[in-house]
Design a protein. Structure first.
Length: 147
């Protein structure tokens, strides 16, 4: 405060005029953490496919399309999804088409595969679930339109 300004209740009127919080439109961000580009990619998925979006770890924001019957994830450069980190085994896990969606299967990895922070050998994935492979946390988004 300057030397000629005293603290008193009259000065509070001026402060309240300087700041305001805009109301939030609840429809603006239907799914927190999903960018408009990610939302567009999810909304335009081909039938019988899914999208994995890296939410944490190296390559945050990267997207991987699941569109084949089996997609192997690992540190080996020939993996369909190559995750270059020592916490990922060479052949770490596989995403396997299962009915209308996908399941994730651990391939005997050293550090394990986790779905929503629970270690799994194999589990059918539900929309929005997090799959952790090494330092990478990927969110699963299946096709949700009409085939």
């Amino acid at each position: 405060m300057s030397d000629n300004t005293e603290w008193n209740d009259r000065n509070l009127d001026h402060t309240s005029q300087l700041s305001a919080i805009s109301p939030v439109d609840p429809t603006d961000d239907v799914d927190p953490g999903i960018s408009s580009q990610d939302r567009a990619a999810i909304d335009n998925l081909p039938p019988d496919s899914a999208l994995l979006i890296v939410r944490k770890g190296p390559n945050m924001g990267a997207r991987f399309l699941l569109d084949s019957d089996t997609t192997v994830v690992g540190r080996h450069p020939n993996s369909e999804i190559f995750l270059d980190d020592v916490t990922v085994s060479r052949k770490h896990a596989a995403f396997v088409r299962d009915g209308g969606g996908f399941l994730v299967r651990d391939l005997g990895s050293l550090n394990g595969t986790y779905v929503n922070r629970e270690r799994v050998d194999e589990v059918h994935l539900q929309p929005g679930q997090d799959v952790q492979i090494g330092k990478y946390r990927l969110t699963y988004h299946p096709f949700h339109g009409k085939a």
